[in-house]
Design a binder for this molecule. Structure first.
Ligand code: DX5
Ligand code: ZN
Length: 214
């Protein structure tokens, strides 16, 4: 089953509630919340108070992608604010400590890997991850082009999961479009994050269905 996770980074923040209701009505499975601190990535976005507000207006899981330094300090506030999924970067923390800590807070724990980082960096923590997020752009901004080599990392990760008998879902994030979504799905990604492809399209329902391969 393919899940579609609209990234609200590309939404109209002045109408955020409406935008979320619209993608929920259009068939989105998860709401992807990009959290940036201006330190781990060269941009600042949104944080805990927004998650708290969003929790009240949607039933969809809130997938908080923490692009921040020292994520260990913030997993509990995000969980308390209503995050359902929390993903943390292998470049920012020790996954073998943080993934179990996230699960202890009652959330699904995701391991994230940046484009320049070899995929095998997350292999030691693979059995601890509820999902793995393979970044297909360098994090910091919505609206970038997918780096094609990242699809190879998705493939390699899928092979490793199969080899170990793990059913770990693979999420892909960055530059996903209606044109490259089939390649991402074929490579083994089952959760597709999309910002611009959805929020800058005129028809959220049609776009979400196409990304899903319907
Ligand atoms: C990049 C973010 C992505 C991004 C996706 O730093 O993690 O979630 O906003 O947006 P698009 O789909 O427009 O690349
Ligand atoms: Zn993201």
């Amino acid at each position: 089953m393919i899940q579609i996770a609209p990234s609200i980074l590309a939404a109209d923040f002045a109408r955020l509630g409406e935008e979320i209701r619209a993608v929920e009505a259009a068939g989105a499975d998860v709401i992807h919340v990009d959290v940036m601190d201006g330190h781990f990535v060269p941009n600042i976005s949104i944080g805990i108070p927004i998650v708290e507000s969003l929790r009240k207006i949607t039933r969809l899981p809130l997938d908080c992608h923490l692009m921040i330094s020292e994520p260990a300090k913030y997993i509990e506030p995000f969980a308390k604010a209503g995050a359902d999924w929390i993903s943390v970067h292998v470049e920012a923390c020790d996954l073998r400590e943080l993934l179990p800590a996230i699960k202890k807070l009652g959330c699904r724990a995701g391991a994230v890997v940046n484009p320049p980082t070899p995929i095998d960096r997350i292999f030691p923590a693979l059995p601890l991850a509820d999902y793995v997020l393979v970044m297909s752009v360098n994090p910091g901004f919505a609206g970038q082009k997918l780096i094609p080599e990242c699809l190879e990392k998705v493939r390699a990760l899928k092979v490793e999961c199969d080899r170990r008998g793990l059913k770990t879902p693979i999420q892909i994030d960055g530059g996903i479009t209606e044109d490259n979504a089939p390649a991402a799905r074929t490579a083994g990604a089952s959760i597709l994050v999309a910002g611009n492809a959805i929020f800058k399209s005129g028809d959220y329902r049609r776009t979400i269905a196409t990304l899903r391969g319907e």
